[in-house]
Design a protein around this ligand. Structure first.
Ligand SMILES: [Zn+2]
Length: 468
């Protein structure tokens, strides 16, 4: 029998495939050749058919598709820069100053750190939220780490800032500026590129109909996703309603500005008509539960993410920004989505651990327009997979692996992460880059930015204390 040649064979693993039938292979194996999965199934069937250069024995632990973080701002070098009880308006204005002052080396440092953090938490693909000042430097850094992702153009908007926020000097709200930059990141979209571009507006009522139309048309023509922040809370939907004369999602539907390639983030404040519109448009909604709770979004108490999902709409999960989302960890977001849903519904029967995995994998894949290539462990798809470990107290006893990783072990059980067929995270460390120098760059950037903005930390210690 001619054997299938593979670069990697992952064996002795509980495979959660997330295919259409949600098949799990209790003692499964996965063969990877080049960038893609060439065989998956029960170990007893796979092993005799494969000749592999490298074998990974997972010791019975779980392998599942990599998570997709469908809305992220690369700025975790700002971690700890603000008080954790700063009101949202002050925090947003401080972030605006941060974005106005950041230099290329700062954004490179933040992207390296962000990408490491995402990989360490099992994220293999991200969708950046259109708030990078130096997208080329970020794309280079993300590519070096070996994660997959999509990047947007910097701050595309053309309507005045809503009350309580100040304008950004570097990125004035202007239609011509935005139209000139729109689609600039699509230059990355070569067939096999790890980091690609998509169309991103800032959103939250900051785009005119003209800018929205240009964005949607550009996304349609280029076959990419159009993403923006939308309907975070009553304050932005009220401004939209006043300006547009109707609920924002109703207006976008009436003007033909939404469709299957639209991925709007937050969407906490949707009325029942808008829930129907979102489902009918077959668009994606990105749920950022930690941000919603952390920033006290009142609308999130009645948010309809689960209803959108149950009604056939697509829902993904995301970490959002460092000050709001706490950790770039889709597993944490999923657990919080589940817990907040149960708390709102006064019921334990609303959402399951499998629902969390669906949002984190196939939901995310569709939200970034890659459902045919990632999101499940199936032959022909890119080998973007996470291999867990089971030698943890939280992982005992081994009984229901889906419940175990969602409720019990979280990111702690992540052992190896493969992206595009390449091992990029191994036993707590990145494989392609050196973590120590990335942490040091991030620390230097943090102090530089704190100095520049006149921010002080309560525990201001510099240089870092010698721990030797
Ligand atoms: Zn955001």
């Amino acid at each position: 029998m001619t054997k299938i040649i593979a670069d990697y064979l992952v064996k002795n693993t509980f495979v959660i495939s997330m295919n259409e039938e949600r098949t799990c292979f209790e003692r499964g194996a996965i063969a990877i050749h080049g960038k893609r999965i060439v065989l998956v199934g029960d170990e007893v069937d796979v092993l005799p058919k494969v000749r592999a250069a490298k074998v990974i024995d997972a010791g019975g632990a779980v392998t599942h598709p990599g998570f997709v973080d469908a809305h992220v701002h690369f700025m975790n070098t700002a971690r700890g820069a603000f008080s954790d009880v700063l009101d949202t308006s002050t925090m947003m204005n401080t972030l605006r100053r941060w974005w106005d002052a950041v230099e290329e080396e700062d954004e490179r440092a933040a992207t390296f750190l962000n990408c490491l953090e995402m990989l360490s938490n099992g994220t293999t693909c991200f969708l950046e939220a259109g708030t990078l000042q130096f997208p080329d430097a970020s794309a280079e850094a993300a590519e070096a780490v070996g994660i997959r992702g999509f990047i947007g153009d910097p701050f595309l908007w053309d309507l005045p800032a809503s009350q309580g926020t100040q304008d950004m000097t570097r990125a004035p709200r202007d239609l011509d500026r935005s139209l000139n930059l729109l689609g600039g990141q699509l230059k990355r979209n070569k067939e096999d590129a790890l980091i690609k571009g998509c169309v991103v507006l800032f959103g939250l009522g900051s785009a005119s109909n003209d800018l929205m139309r240009a964005a949607k048309e550009r996304a349609d023509q280029s076959g990419v996703i159009f993403s923006q922040h939308q309907s975070f809370d009553h304050h932005d939907t009220a401004v939209d309603e006043e300006r547009l004369g109707s609920r924002p999602m109703r207006h976008y539907a009436d003007c033909d500005l939404i469709g299957e390639n639209c991925t709007f983030s937050h969407m906490n404040d949707l009325d029942p008509d808008e829930v129907g519109i979102v489902q009918q448009a077959k668009m994606s909604v990105v749920w950022c539960p930690v941000t919603s709770m952390n920033l006290g979004a009142k609308a999130a108490r009645n948010a309809k993410h689960l209803e959108v999902s149950r009604g056939g709409g697509n829902v993904a999960l995301a970490s959002d920004g460092v000050s709001s989302g706490c950790r770039y960890d889709v597993g944490l977001q999923g657990l919080m989505a589940l817990l907040s849903t149960r708390a709102k519904a006064d019921s334990r029967t609303t959402m399951t651990a499998l629902d969390v995995l669906e949002l984190a994998t196939i939901g995310g894949a569709k939200a970034v327009g890659m459902e045919r290539d990632i999101g499940s462990i199936e032959v022909g798809k890119y080998a973007d997979i996470v291999i867990r470990r089971s030698d943890l107290p939280e992982a005992q006893p081994f009984s229901d692996p889906i419940q175990s990783l969602v409720y019990n072990t979280g990111s702690k059980s992540i052992w190896k992460v493969i992206v595009n067929g390449e091992l990029v995270w191994d036993e707590g460390r990145p494989v392609r880059v050196e973590a120590g120098s990335i942490y040091s760059e991030a620390q230097q950037s943090h102090w530089r930015m704190m100095d520049k903005l006149g921010l002080t930390s309560r525990y201001h210690r510099r240089p870092m204390p010698d721990t030797k």
